[in-house]
Design a protein around this ligand. Structure first.
Ligand code: ACO
Length: 314
C-alpha cells in the first residue's frame, strides 16, 4: 500500500482569459463560464512540457523532504510529451539527474490515477516513486475551433509516493470508445501514405458529458460499496476538472454539498492528466486537507477511461 508524501504543481506564466479567446473565435466569456465554469487558462509560450513537469517534480520532492537520489521510479501520465521518444519521464529524469526506471503512460485525463495504481503495484520494489501528470493541450487543439480550444489549458502536477497505509481503494477502468474523444497522430511525410491527419482534438461534447457524469457517479458508488462507506463518509471528492457542470452533476447525484467538491477549473481550465495533482497540491497548500480526512480522487477521459481512488490522508 502507498501514501503520498509530497506534492507540487507548475503552470505556464502566460494567462489567457476568456475575453482573449473571444477576440480570436466566435465565443464569449458568458458562454464559456455558463457552460463550463472556465474563466482562464495558462498556455505555454517560452516553456515546454518538460519545463513544467521538472518544476512540479522538484517542488514535490522538496515537500516530500527527500533527495533526488531517493527517487527510484518516475511515471509520467501524459497524452503527449515534448518528444514521441524519449518519454517525458526520461526527459524529467535527465533534468533531475536521476537514473531509474522512467516511463510515460497514456490514459488521458484518468492518467494520474492509473499512475497511482502502477505505483502501488511497484512499491515493494521501488521505495519512492515520482508521478508527474503533465499535459500541453495547447499543441493538440485547433485554435480556430471554438468547441474545443476554450476548454483546455497547459500544466503539470506531481506527487511522491512511498509505502504507507493511506490508499484504501484504487481502480483503473475503461469503456473503450475511440470515437467520442480523440486526437489522431499527425501524418508524417511518408510518400506511401495518403493520410493527411491534422492531429487536432475532436470530440462529441455531449456524449463525453453524459459518459463523465454517469460513469464517475457509478465508479464512486462501486468504490463506496466495496469500502462499506457512504458518500457522507468522504470529506473531499477531487474530480478531474473538465467542466464544473459535470462535477455538479455528479455531486447532485450523490446528494452532497458543494464544499466537498473543490473546483479550480475557473483558473486553469482542463489540464488533462494534471488536473487532479494540481488540485490536490493547491488544497494541501491552503491547509484544506487534514490528517485523517478521507479523499476520493476520480479521473475520466479519452479512451474512454476512468480512475478512482480512496485515501485516508496521513
Ligand atoms: N462559444 C460559443 N458557442 C459555442 C462554443 C463556444 N466556445 N462551443 C460550441 N458552441 C455552440 C455550438 O456550436 C452549438 O451551437 P448550435 O446550437 O448553433 O449548433 C451550441 O453552442 C451548443 O453546443 P452544445 O455542444 O450543445 O453545448 P453544451 O451545452 O453541450 O456544452 C461542452 C458544450 C462545454 C463542450 C459540453 O458538452 C462539455 O463540457 N462536454 C464535455 C467535454 C469534456 O469534458 N471534454 C474533455 C474530456 S477530458 C479528456 O480526456 C481530454
Amino acid at each position: 500500500m502507498i501514501k503520498i508524501i509530497g506534492t507540487g504543481r507548475k503552470l505556464p506564466t502566460r494567462a489567457v482569459p476568456n475575453d482573449e479567446l473571444a477576440a480570436m473565435v466566435d465565443t464569449s466569456d458568458d458562454w464559456i463560464v455558463s457552460r463550463t465554469g472556465i474563466k482562464n487558462r495558462y498556455v505555454c509560450t517560452e516553456e515546454n512540457l518538460t519545463d513544467l513537469a521538472e518544476s512540479a517534480a522538484r517542488i514535490a520532492i522538496k515537500n516530500a523532504r527527500i533527495s533526488m537520489q531517493d527517487i527510484e521510479m518516475i511515471i509520467c501520465p501524459t497524452i503527449a510529451g515534448d518528444f514521441s521518444f524519449p518519454s517525458l519521464a526520461c526527459c524529467v529524469a535527465e533534468r533531475l539527474g536521476v537514473k531509474c526506471p522512467a516511463f510515460d503512460i497514456n490514459a488521458a485525463c484518468s492518467g494520474f490515477i492509473y499512475g497511482m495504481e502502477i505505483a502501488e503495484a511497484f512499491i515493494s520494489k521501488y521505495k519512492n516513486i515520482l508521478i508527474v501528470g503533465a499535459d500541453m493541450m495547447s499543441r493538440l487543439v485547433d485554435w480556430n475551433d471554438r468547441a474545443t480550444c476554450v476548454l483546455f489549458g497547459d500544466g503539470a502536477g506531481a506527487c511522491v509516493v512511498t509505502k504507507g497505509n493511506a490508499l484504501k481503494y484504487i481502480r483503473s477502468n475503461s469503456a473503450p470508445d475511440a470515437k467520442m474523444l480523440y486526437a489522431k497522430s499527425r501524418a508524417g511525410n511518408s510518400p506511401f501514405s495518403k493520410d493527411g491527419t491534422s492531429g487536432f482534438t475532436a470530440m462529441n461534447g455531449q456524449d463525453v458529458y453524459k459518459f463523465a457524469v454517469l460513469s464517475v457517479a457509478e465508479e464512486i458508488k462501486t468504490a463506496l460499496a466495496e469500502l462499506k462507506l457512504t458518500a457522507s463518509d468522504i470529506n473531499h471528492f477531487l474530480l478531474h476538472q473538465a467542466n464544473s457542470r459535470i462535477i455538479d452533476g455528479v455531486r447532485t447525484r450523490l446528494k452532497q454539498p458543494p464544499e466537498k467538491f473543490p473546483v479550480n477549473i475557473d483558473k486553469y481550465a482542463n489540464t488533462t492528466a494534471a488536473t487532479i495533482p494540481i488540485l490536490l497540491d493547491e488544497m494541501l497548500e491552503e491547509g484544506k486537507i487534514n490528517s485523517g480526512d478521507t479523499l476520493m480522487l476520480v479521473g475520466f477521459g479519452a479512451g474512454m477511461t476512468t480512475g478512482t481512488c480512496v485515501m485516508v490522508w496521513e
